[in-house]
Design a protein around this ligand. Sequence first.
Ligand code: KIV
Length: 273
Amino acid sequence: MDKTRTIQRPATVRDFAEHKRKGEKIVVMTAYDALFGRLVDESGVDAILVGDSVGTAVMGYPSTLPVTLDHMIYHASAVRRGVERALVIIDMPFLSYQASVESAVLNCGRAIQETGVAAVKVEGGSPYMLDTVNALVRTGIPVMAHIGFTPQSVNTIGGPRVQGREEEGAERLIGEAKGLEEAGAFSIVLELVPARVSARITAAVGVPTIGIGAGPECDGQVLVLPDVLGLNDTFEPKFLKRYAEMARDVRSALGDWARDVRSGAYPDAEHSF
Ligand code: KIV
């Protein structure tokens, strides 16, 4: 186990508040299956988000909109089976929580019940979403909120655009974050938000902010696993830093193996019975 992880027992949502209180950065990574769930957990991250980014990163969809609750339950159950210590959070997909507060409670409850994960993430900070978050928390479902660029609203936003560049937009985001904290969210993802605005939001709320493309002042950071590992090597947004070049390594390893099979070099005596 990575000794840089500050908590060695299984994490809970309460640890997020404790990390913020102590000024410790919170490390969140996505995962979509048991194999990578285990590896990400063993790397020592604090939390694993089973993001609906599975739609674009793994399933080959052009956006997260086609991802269903059944898809998310399948992937989150797999991740949960691979993880021992990190907090696992399921991202609720498009249409699973927006239609009514009641459907949100039932769908989020089903997600928790069927996957065994500890918390849900939902997008948006409108007054309607504050009621939804409040109802979920009252039901006993911890909620990670998500504001700034919210990918499930890509068609109304018109693309992955930085949010809150102008003062009016920045004020709106600060108001949403305060409302979400009051509604009971245990943390707030800030996506594609200028660093100076993230700093203001982070100072304005008591719950941790987790940034993606939101600068260094957030209380923690989240990135999408295949992007960080360089598996998705055609995706190169400004905020992304790659820590491996796995697409190159996969192509090269499988190319070597194919060559060996074709030449008869594999399997040799050592790898035969
Ligand atoms: O779906 C996802 O992976 C996310 C993160 C990028 C925050 O929402």
